[in-house]
Design a protein around this ligand. Structure first.
Ligand code: PAF
Length: 281
């Protein structure tokens, strides 16, 4: 597995892979890799023969300096995880390499940013769109893999690919969870030990909401309240949002008539976690 740090070297490697008729896939990440990322890489190895991982903590998508500075890093173990999972190339550029000039272009997707993380993280999806578009241009992958834990991001990227005709397929992969249901996230590493158990209440709240739905409660406001109560039974949990939205338009649902997504952002102590479930009706 090759570790590449410059755009020039990356272009050479991609050109070489293409000349050998390889099918290229990309798993974009911000590092501090865990089993969820390893699952994305393994899924990619099943569908392509040249799996690339990018590791880049993209400052542009952080709306707080503190969040950016405390984002965990672990380059050596990240490289090892990529190797074990079957990647052929890892791209680890510096900030200067990716943003030698401050970008003059702006990308945004207002239609899919109205709810969920959009209003509470101004600039976040703009930063994601820009880096992902750039990575697509650099790697020119046939396939790109994203975790559905970041459901809104996954939908936004799918739409980016459609709107700008990137010649690639976006593959969404299921969330990988800890045994107690907590969604795997690099941010879990920042949880204080006393908050770890409370963090599991997020997924638990989704399960209880689902039970309530199955028992006949169909009003989204009522369902949201039920889930919120479960989350805040953890005294150090604070719900930033908990919403029931349409799986594609991400619009808030006032009545449930088909599949829906329950998505939440919760501060467990100081650490902001997000999670969601898609419920088929
Ligand atoms: O999901 C992430 O880790 C990031 O948002 C991504 C897609 C790698 C862009 O920086």
């Amino acid at each position: 597995m090759k570790v590449i740090r410059t755009i020039v070297d990356l272009r050479t490697e991609i050109k070489h892979a293409r000349s050998q008729d390889k099918n290229i896939s990309l798993v974009p990440t911000m590092g501090y890799l865990h089993a969820g990322h390893a699952a994305l890489v393994s899924a990619a190895t099943k569908k392509s023969d040249f799996v690339c991982v990018s590791i880049f903590v993209n400052r542009l998508q952080f709306n707080s300096n503190k969040d950016f500075e405390t984002y965990p890093k672990s380059e050596a173990s990240d490289i090892e995880i990529c190797k074990q999972a079957g990647a052929a190339l890892v791209f680890i550029p510096s900030h200067e390499e990716m943003y030698a000039l401050d970008p003059a272009i702006e990308l945004s997707m207002p239609a899919l940013s109205v709810n969920l993380c959009g209003p509470v993280r101004p600039g976040h999806f703009e930063g994601v769109l820009l880096i992902v578009a750039r990575l697509f241009n650099l790697f020119q992958p046939d396939l790109a893999f994203f975790g559905k834990k970041d459901y809104q991001q996954y939908r936004i990227i799918e739409r980016l690919v459609r709107d700008l005709n990137f010649p690639l397929e976006v593959v969404g992969c299921e969330t990988v969870r800890e045994p107690d249901g907590l969604a795997m996230s690099s941010r879990n590493a920042n949880l204080k030990p006393e908050h770890r158990e409370q963090a599991a209440l997020i997924f638990r709240s989704f399960k209880i909401l689902l039970k309530a739905f199955e028992n006949g409660i169909v009003d989204p406001v009522e369902l949201v309240e039920i889930a919120q109560d479960v989350i805040v039974s953890g005294p150090d949990n604070r719900v930033e949002y908990l919403q029931i939205v349409h799986p594609e338009s991400l619009e808030l649902l006032t009545v449930i008539e088909g599949p829906f997504v329950v998505a939440a952002a919760v501060f467990c102590g100081e650490v902001r976690l997000i999670d969601n479930v898609l419920i088929e009706v």
